[in-house]
Design a protein around this ligand. Structure first.
Ligand code: PEP
Ligand code: CO
Length: 450
């Protein structure tokens, strides 16, 4: 029988994807410092997010989880945070209006630093140097020195998360998110997109609805729900020492919460049933996610659901499928069926990014916009066939005008022009918004498939 859960019980389980810290003493001191810092989020907030996700699980809301593959220490500014948030808000309006359900907005933000890697080392010239594991661990520069894990980075990641979260809270409650403003940005996009006509109809409908509401006195001045939104934070709970240091007992319920973010997820590479990562997240009260890749079997998935959500609490567990556009329909259908038959009340979200990455001729890692759309299309089709709810999307994007993913309405083709990600290729702001329009068409069932 497993021992009782505690914030440190993961230490007795096999663990993958952890850096080798060169100086254990410095590492322990950094964790001790973080453990003494205030929590970044409050348990009550995590419970509110869980209630919102319960509505998604029941088919009455939609999850939009989006942000960087890896946040960067270098590319950290108010502009950057504001632009990312702006795209998320713009996407949310399109999705809300066209689906007629609330959109639960969760950023891959304010803590999304640590990266799992497919290999421990990378070949640079004739040297094998340690892989880059995210700015919370080491630096991306291709030198031996840059790749040495530095525990001071854990503390810096905490502080950067804290100021990012502060700005997110300020923007979302301070007027930046007002519905008419966000809609005006969307109209600007529709007017300037080569694919604009395709999205115009929805834009016009939203415009009419807003004018109707204003006419009957429901405007952003008089109604705070038109001016304020909730944007929650999330990241992959990869570095368990860091997560443990921010795990606190909630004084209201007596339960443990990982207060580094509202929602945490387990990556595709660390989701073994007996792993340290599954053990750790099984015991925190936050809503949690787990990536589900093409090798997952129905039996294994049900065992994971039982381990991560034995009480079958709706909204507690989000399964994030990342199959690849070619396989999503075939791979997902038996899993949807197995989970449905088990009675587990999960949220199903589609990560259309990680199964569609490839290396272009110039050596850049990229994804094609159409493969991303195709994976969402297959995801929706699988859900339609199984009678389940395609509950959300989980995407990597930035508000900046980068050229990291190919295609889209502006037909990005020159990856070198502005390739800035520290890890995986992200949709740029316009591609992100376009994806929301395309997703809305797919979920509404009026996609024209051209
Ligand atoms: C990620 O979400 O950035 C990631 C590494 O995904 P996955 O765990 O699906 O590989
Ligand atoms: Co990624």
């Amino acid at each position: 029988m497993p021992n009782q859960w505690s914030p440190s019980s993961w230490r007795a389980h096999p663990i993958k994807q952890q850096p080798t810290w060169p100086d254990e003493g410095e590492y322990d001191a950094a964790l001790k410092q973080i453990a003494s810092m205030p929590p970044l989020v409050f348990a009550g907030e995590a419970r509110s997010l869980q209630s919102a996700l319960a509505r998604v699980a029941a088919g009455n809301a939609f999850l939009l989880q989006a942000g960087d593959c890896a946040e960067s220490f270098d590319d950290f500014s108010a502009d950057n945070i504001r632009e990312k948030l702006r795209v998320i808000l713009q996407m949310a309006i399109v999705l809300t209006y066209s689906m007629g359900v609330p959109v639960v907005k969760v950023g891959r933000m304010a803590g999304q630093f640590a990266k799992p890697r497919s290999a421990d080392t990378e070949r640079v010239g004739d040297l094998d140097i340690a892989s880059f594991r995210g700015h919370i661990v080491n630096d991306a520069a291709p030198t031996e020195a840059a790749r040495i894990p530095d525990p001071e980075r854990l503390v810096r990641a905490y502080h950067q998360s804290s100021s990012t979260l502060n700005l997110v809270r300020a923007f979302t409650k301070g007027g930046f998110a007002a519905l008419d403003r966000v809609h005006a940005w969307n109209q600007e996009f529709v007017a300037t997109s080569p694919q604009g006509q395709r999205y115009d109809r929805l834009g016009v409908e939203i415009d009419r609805a807003l004018r109707f509401m204003a006419a009957i006195g429901m405007d952003t001045e008089s109604n705070s729900s038109l001016r304020e939104v909730d944007v929650w934070t999330s990241h992959e709970a990869l570095l368990l020492g860091y997560e443990e240091a921010l795990t606190r007992r909630d004084s209201t319920t007596g339960n443990w919460y990982d207060c580094s973010a509202h929602m945490l997820w387990i990556g595709e590479r660390t989701r073994d049933l007996d792993s340290a990562h599954v053990e750790f997240l099984s015991g925190v009260g936050n809503p949690i996610g787990c990536k589900v890749g093409p090798s997952m079997t129905g039996e294994e998935l049900i065992a994971l659901c039982e381990r991560l959500n034995p009480a079958m609490i709706p909204g507690r567990l989000t399964l994030i499928s990342r199959m690849g556009a070619d396989q999503v329909e075939d791979r997902l259908r038996p899993l949807l069926r197995a989970v449905r038959e088990s009675g587990h009340p999960v949220v199903w979200a589609c990560d259309p990014m990680h199964g569609n990455t490839y290396t272009a001729e110039n050596g850049r890692k990229t994804r094609h916009f159409e493969s991303v759309v195709n994976e969402i299309e297959g995801f929706v089709r699988a859900h339609r066939a199984e009678g389940t709810w395609p509950g959300g999307i989980h995407v990597e994007l930035t508000g900046e005008d980068v050229t990291e993913c190919l295609g889209g309405g502006d037909d990005v083709s020159d990856l070198d022009h502005r390739y800035e990600t520290v890890c995986d290729p992200r949709l740029n702001g316009r591609q992100g918004l376009e994806l929301a329009f395309r997703t809305a068409e797919l979920v509404r069932g009026d996609a024209t498939n051209d």
